[in-house]
Design a protein around this ligand. Sequence first.
Ligand code: FMN
Length: 161
Amino acid sequence: MSPQPSSFPGQKNPPLKAALLYSSQHGKTRKVVAQVVKQLWIAPDVFDVANGVDHTTLAACDLLLFFTPTYGDEELHEDMENFLANFNVNLSTRCFVICELGNYYGYDFAFGAMPILRRRLLELNGTELCTPLSLDSLPKLNWAHLTRWIDHVNQALHERF
Ligand SMILES: Cc1cc2nc3c(=O)[nH]c(=O)nc-3n(C[C@H](O)[C@H](O)[C@H](O)COP(=O)(O)O)c2cc1C
């Protein structure tokens, strides 16, 4: 099923600088990021962490958005893991948002890597902008869930910025 457009109105020009960081082994996270960029109220700079990211650029951002698949057993994808191992920016005046992809069908609880990322961003004194998303992506991507969550992120952005 193809994604439905977000209902959030408005222009992509709030006064904030944002970066979206992702990793993807088989392409689903990349597809999700493409959809998010279309529906998001803001226009973040987008980085695949596998290609390296200049941390000075990130330090200048008000908002960091993270998108990562889960691999292994509740582990981050290795590109995101490598990025995080070297990420040491003080986030005390910055917000973050997290979306993890995984296989949650049949589970009563999230079974993903998001807590690892979240713990590190909180350690760096970041503020979580809104509820993170555990997006079911195997065998099918839950586009409707993604669209509802992007609305939620847009609302939180609108309230904060
Ligand atoms: C080898 C392998 C291990 C996985 N391990 C987990 C897991 O522990 N927990 C989970 O929720 N999803 C797991 N998944 C599902 C992936 O997170 C999911 O397929 C995701 O959409 C992959 O994103 P990508 O296409 O961007 O790489 C695993 C998938 C594979 C292929």
